[in-house]
Design a protein around this ligand. Structure first.
Ligand SMILES: Cc1cc2nc3c(=O)[nH]c(=O)nc-3n(C[C@H](O)[C@H](O)[C@H](O)COP(=O)(O)OP(=O)(O)OC[C@H]3O[C@@H](n4cnc5c(N)ncnc54)[C@H](O)[C@@H]3O)c2cc1C
Ligand code: SF4
Ligand code: SF4
Length: 398
């Protein structure tokens, strides 16, 4: 699998392999071979069909390295142990690897479409880990909590689901996503594809220094994975891939102003951002500004907790479109009515903009930015592409 000059190479752990020949017999395209020392996989032949993974009695076959240049057969024959994974997350030229699995890469590329150009991480962002677990080798998490965030009377069922990883390492940064593999098979009899969910907690866990993370899941009528997750009881086990995403990341700079615009579960990464600021840099000079759209207050995930964050840390604008007797208000309307303050922020080189949530919000938000910028004699199209190329403008919609 090639990602911007990188190769994910299938390798066999010589320390565990018992040389039973099962994998060589199983491989349908003769990608596996051996000498007197080791069983090895030829990177030029292997097509990642995964046929050899489950028959291997030891698990030695299920090993992967991300490399710039493939280990040759001669290299692999000489190994007495697997080489360590080299640091390869960021490719020269500043572009970032969001995911190494094609299907996840495609989901993220779609979610970034509204950017209108190449996604670039904030320069100050911490270095993310991607693709530690994949479909061939998922992490198993335990559900440590599952509670409804939206009012019992609300139309939408949005849940706060906590996944505990026990002793498996699962390092995440605010703004990354993880994959959930729903059990069972699709209509064609193939295992379900993983679905992506944004991490809603800060990097050090839902509670500080716990090896867990939170997700914000909206139940989709008829949806496979969201219903599966929303119905999971505490203690249930879930297969997880990832983490994914290397650009929609929080600037790790206390001076950064962060303008966050979301609807519904698009609030998930912003809960992570806000909690990170609150915990790690409560006296940061940078400003957090949130525009959050929902039908009614009852439909707002994190309504209660977000209201409790001090105004000094986070300025909130809630916009409701279906409150009886009140005019409809969408995030773009509020961006316009707060135009003076927003344009002032946009002219500050420390300001980052993040848009997350329903795809439908993109156009309205973009038009609102263009309008307020016009009023301040700023060319939004020019400013936006400048910010994007600088890692200061980010879109993730689905
Ligand atoms: C980067 C990224 C981050 C995301 N973050 C979040 C998040 O934080 N929280 C969140 O809740 N979601 C998030 N999503 C969306 C999430 O990945 C899923 O798409 C969502 O949960 C729906 O998945 P599902 O399996 O329940 O629905 P699916 O089974 O995939 O179905 C999708 C929709 O199609 C409809 N549908 C399916 N089959 C049919 C059919 N035969 N006929 C008619 N309609 C049909 C379903 O009713 C459903 O509404 C994110 C997506 C991306 C790309
Ligand atoms: S993944 Fe498929 S092609 Fe690659 S070594 Fe295993 S069986 Fe052969
Ligand atoms: S099946 Fe597993 S244990 Fe057997 S030779 Fe292949 S890698 Fe080694």
């Amino acid at each position: 699998m090639h990602v911007e000059g990188l190769l994910k190479q299938h390798v066999i752990d010589p320390e565990i392999c018992i040389r039973c020949n099962t994998c060589e017999e199983t491989c349908p395209i003769d990608a596996i071979t051996h000498d007197d020392n080791n069983y090895v996989v030829d990177a030029l032949i292997c097509n990642y069909c995964m046929d050899c993974i489950s028959p291997c009695p030891t698990g030695a076959i299920d090993n992967w390295r991300v490399v710039r240049e493939a280990y040759s057969l001669a290299d692999q024959f000489s190994w007495s142990e697997l080489p360590a994974q080299q640091e390869v997350e960021v490719v020269e030229g500043g572009s970032a690897i969001e995911a190494l699995e094609d299907e996840v890469g495609a989901l993220l590329a779609e979610a970034r479409k509204g950017l209108g150009g190449k996604a670039v991480a904030p320069h100050s962002a911490s270095k993310p880990t991607v693709n530690l677990y994949n479909r061939g080798k998922p992490a198993t998490a335990t559900i440590a909590g599952n509670r409804r965030l939206t009012d019992a009377a609300a139309d939408s069922d949005v849940r706060h689901v906590i996944l505990d990883f026990g002793d498996q390492p699962f390092p995440v940064l605010e703004g990354q996503s993880i994959g959930i593999i729903p059990p069972g098979v699709d209509a064609a009899g193939k295992p379900h594809a993983p679905r992506l969910y944004s991490v809603a907690s800060p990097r050090d866990g839902e509670k500080p220094n716990s090896n867990n993370l939170a997700l914000t899941i909206k139940r989709e009528p008829g949806g496979i994975c969201s219903n599966y997750l929303c119905d999971l009881p505490r203690g249930a086990k879930v297969e997880v891939t990832g983490p994914f995403g290397a650009t929609f990341l929080m600037p790790n700079d206390p001076a950064a102003n962060i303008v966050m615009i979301c609807t519904g579960t698009g609030s998930a990464p912003f809960r992570g951002f806000t909690e990170r600021r609150r915990r790690a840099m409560p006296d940061a000079p940078g400003h957090l500004l949130l525009f959050f759209g929902a039908r009614r207050p009852q439909e707002l995930p994190y309504f209660g907790p977000l209201q409790k964050v001090p105004e000094k840390l986070l300025t909130r604008h809630f916009c409701y479109s279906r409150v009886p007797g009140e005019p409809r208000s969408y995030v773009q309307d509020r961006i316009r009515s707060e135009g003076a303050g927003v344009t002032e922020l946009l002219q500050d080189a420390n300001t980052h903009v993040y848009i997350c949530g329903l795809r439908g919000m993109e156009t309205g938000v973009d038009e609102a930015f263009a309008d307020i910028c016009r009023f301040a004699a700023i060319d939004w199209a020019v400013l936006k592409s400048e910010m994007r190329d600088n890692g200061r403008y980010h879109v993730e919609t689905y």
